[in-house]
Design a protein around this ligand. Structure first.
Ligand SMILES: NC(=O)c1ccc[n+]([C@@H]2O[C@H](COP(=O)([O-])OP(=O)(O)OC[C@H]3O[C@@H](n4cnc5c(N)ncnc54)[C@H](OP(=O)(O)O)[C@@H]3O)[C@@H](O)[C@H]2O)c1
Length: 229
C-alpha cells in the first residue's frame, strides 16, 4: 500500500512538472511574433514616412487609420501637429532620422532631386530596410538627374545610386494623391507596384489594400519603368 502511494505521488509530481513545462512553452510561444517581419502579419510592421506632403501625408493617414504605427517626418517636424492629430492615435511625428530608426518600412515621398541628399545623410540608417519609393522625376522640378533616371527607370536608378542595400518596392508613384485620399472601400483605385523580391509582394499588396487600392503587380524594379510618370 505504501509503495502504491509513493508511486502515485511520483506520478502526480511528474504531471505537475509536465503541466508547468507545457504552460511555460505556451506562454513563450504566445509572446513570439506570429509571423516573420516579411510575411502575412504586415500590420506589425512600423512605417516611417520621409516627406509628409500630399503623398506621404495621405498614405500615412490611411495606414494609421487602418491600424499601422506611422511615424511622419519632416525637416520641420513641429509643423506636422495637425497631420498627426488628423491621423489619429497610431501616428506620431519627428525628425527624418528618428522616423527611419522607428521604421521597418520607410516610405520616400519627396521631390526626386532630394533623393541624392537623403541618400548621403541617411543611407546608413535605411540600410537593408524595406523602402517604398513613391517619387517621380520631372526635369522642370528635379533638374539634371532626371534624364538619366528616366532613361534607366527611376526606381532602378534610385536603387543603384542611392539605396543599393534597401529592399525596394516601387509603388504609389502612378496614382494621384487626391485619388488615393478620396478612395474608400466602395471606390477602390488600381495601384501598380514592383519589386525584385517575391517576399516583398505581400508587403506591397497589403499596404496598397490598406490605402483603399487594388494592387497590380508590375513585375521587377526594372519593369517599373513602364509606370514611371
Ligand atoms: N502629388 C501627387 O499626386 C503625387 C502622386 C504620385 C507621386 N508623386 C511624387 O511623390 C513625391 C512627393 O510628392 P508630393 O506631392 O507629396 O510633394 P509635396 O506635397 O511637396 O511633399 C514633399 C515633401 O518632401 C519634403 N522634402 C522636400 N525636399 C526635401 C529634402 N531635400 N529633404 C527632405 N525632405 C524634403 C518636404 O517636407 P519638409 O519640407 O516638411 O521637410 C515635403 O513635405 C514627388 O516625387 C512626386 O512627384 C506625387
Amino acid at each position: 500500500m505504501k509503495s502504491i502511494n509513493l508511486f502515485r505521488q511520483k506520478i502526480l509530481s511528474f504531471l505537475a512538472v509536465a503541466h508547468i513545462f507545457i504552460m511555460l512553452t505556451l506562454v513563450s510561444c504566445a509572446q513570439q511574433p506570429k509571423e516573420s517581419k516579411i510575411g502575412t502579419s504586415v500590420k506589425s510592421l512600423k512605417i516611417g514616412i520621409i516627406g509628409s506632403g500630399n503623398v506621404g501625408g495621405t498614405l500615412g493617414k490611411k495606414w494609421s487609420k487602418a491600424g499601422y504605427k506611422v511615424f511622419f517626418s519632416s525637416r520641420h517636424p513641429e509643423e506636422l501637429k495637425d497631420l498627426v492629430t488628423s491621423a489619429g492615435p497610431n501616428a506620431q511625428a519627428g525628425t527624418i532620422e528618428n522616423a527611419i530608426k522607428f521604421a521597418d518600412v520607410v516610405v520616400l515621398a519627396v521631390p526626386y532631386k532630394a533623393e541624392a541628399e537623403l541618400s548621403n545623410k541617411y543611407k546608413s540608417f535605411i540600410g537593408d530596410k524595406i523602402l517604398i519609393d513613391c517619387d517621380n522625376a520631372y526635369s522642370f522640378r528635379d533638374g539634371a538627374v532626371v534624364a538619366d533616371a528616366k532613361s534607366e527607370g527611376v526606381a532602378n536608378y534610385t536603387q543603384r545610386n542611392y539605396f543599393p542595400k534597401a529592399k525596394l518596392i516601387r509603388a504609389f508613384n502612378a496614382v494621384n494623391a487626391s485619388s488615393v485620399a478620396s478612395a474608400d472601400a466602395n471606390n477602390k483605385i488600381a495601384i501598380p507596384f514592383a519589386t525584385d523580391d517575391p517576399k516583398l509582394k505581400s508587403v506591397a499588396e497589403e499596404l496598397i489594400i490598406a490605402a483603399d487600392g487594388i494592387p497590380k503587380d508590375g513585375g521587377s524594379i526594372k519593369d517599373s519603368k513602364s509606370f514611371d510618370l
